[in-house]
Design a protein around this ligand. Structure first.
Ligand code: OSB
Ligand code: MG
Length: 362
């Protein structure tokens, strides 16, 4: 797919309420929209999902924007594959994901159809979704869970920053015994917490309880739990996934195309993880409704049926960057034959005044 136009537009989105995890409290989301135009004249917009703070990842908005301009743009101009470039997965994904949309448009199919064809899976038109709730005091968390269940979410993820927050999880489980629950540790636990984690009841899985790189520790913990360890931060490459499988570090994977460098590596990981019996589901990074389009399309694959963090982004923001996004109706989002989202007129006007990095000299 030949790209003839590539433009970047940094956008700042205030959150309705701070989103707190063991890594940070997010109150303003800075993303960069990435506009692409193909030689055939099709357009698609991607999103750089890196953060400003190095908590979740060492890839930041500043570093990955530089990676796009200084490494990926020259590679595109030279016709070289991104595989030749080390690291910078979020930057690669910000360009690779919209390239899939251009491919789908050229083939006259939806993005979900394109992905399903590649993965040899079928497309699910109306999907169930989950929601990730930031750390909050018990009363507030119970109120948020109630609102999320009423809004039609099928699964709730509760962020925690240590053993003390597990009480909140148990209180939620007591009120909603049938609700599918995930706990997201975001690296806040140690193996010394294994007894407390073993005592936890009513959860499907715990996401990234231990520090990044501790595959052996996660394997030790998984062996002691009767629910799944689900790796997130730890799975950046296919080699990471293979190590987790070999050691038994996890029974589930939170698959984020932005974290792993795009749909191509994500689909490779999906196939390998499923061949080894791991549950995969699609995660999010408090992205805009544009970034959500890509993760929602991935979540339409039949092999990714466990509800993902792919719900409507009005859970985070008052503002939208696109003109339409699917709503949650009767516990499902209808994504049937979804067309690529369009930027709002205001953002499109701002985008087209940015330089085309493929032709304009800086
Ligand atoms: O750990 O899954 C995570 C948000 C930002 C960074 C990391 C994570 C998250 C979430 C939110 O949990 C998921 C979403 O976007 O809905
Ligand atoms: Mg996580």
């Amino acid at each position: 797919m030949q790209i003839v136009d590539l433009r970047l537009l940094p956008v700042s989105l205030p959150l309705k309420a701070p989103f707190e995890s063991a890594h940070e409290a997010l109150s303003q989301r800075h993303i960069t929209l990435v506009y692409l135009k193909s030689a055939a004249g099709n357009e698609a917009v991607g999103e750089l999902e890196a953060f400003d703070e190095p908590g979740y990842s060492d890839e930041l908005q500043v570093s990955e924007r530089a990676a796009i301009t200084d490494e990926l743009v020259p590679a595109l101009l030279a016709g070289k594959s991104f595989d030749q470039i080390a690291g910078h997965r979020m930057a690669k994904a910000a360009v690779e994901l919209p390239m899939w949309s251009l491919e789908a448009q050229a083939a006259g199919v939806s993005l979900a159809d394109m992905l399903a064809q590649q993965a040899d899976m079928s497309v699910v038109n109306t999907i169930r979704v989950g929601i990730s709730l930031g750390i909050a005091p018990l009363d507030q968390q119970l109120a948020r869970v109630q609102a999320a269940v009423a809004a039609g979410y099928s699964r709730i993820k509760l962020k925690v920053a240590g053993v003390v927050d597990l009480e909140t999880v148990q209180a939620v489980h007591a009120v909603y015994p049938d609700l599918h629950l995930i706990v997201d540790g975001n690296e806040a636990f140690s193996l010394a917490d294994a007894p407390a984690l073993r005592a936890l009841e009513g959860v499907d899985m715990i996401e990234q309880p231990l520090a990044v790189g501790d595959f052996a520790g996660h394997a030790e913990l998984q062996a002691q739990l009767d629910y799944a360890v689900c790796l997130d931060e730890d799975i950046l490459t296919i080699a990471d996934l293979r190590r987790a499988i070999q050691l038994g570090s996890a029974q589930a994977i939170n698959l984020k195309p932005a974290r792993v460098g795009g749909f191509k590596p994500a689909l490779k990981m999906l196939a390998e993880a499923q061949a080894h019996g791991l549950t995969c589901w699609v995660g999010g990074m408090v992205e805009s409704d544009m970034g959500r389009y890509y993760s929602q399309s991935l979540a339409q694959l039949s092999g990714l049926s466990y509800p993902g963090d792919v719900g409507p982004t009005d859970q985070f923001f008052d503002q939208a960057v696109t003109t339409w996004q699917p709503a949650l109706v009767d516990q499902r989002m209808d994504l049937t034959h979804r067309q690529p989202p369009q930027l709002t007129d205001q953002l499109r006007d701002r985008m087209i005044t940015q330089p085309n990095l493929l032709t304009d000299k800086p």
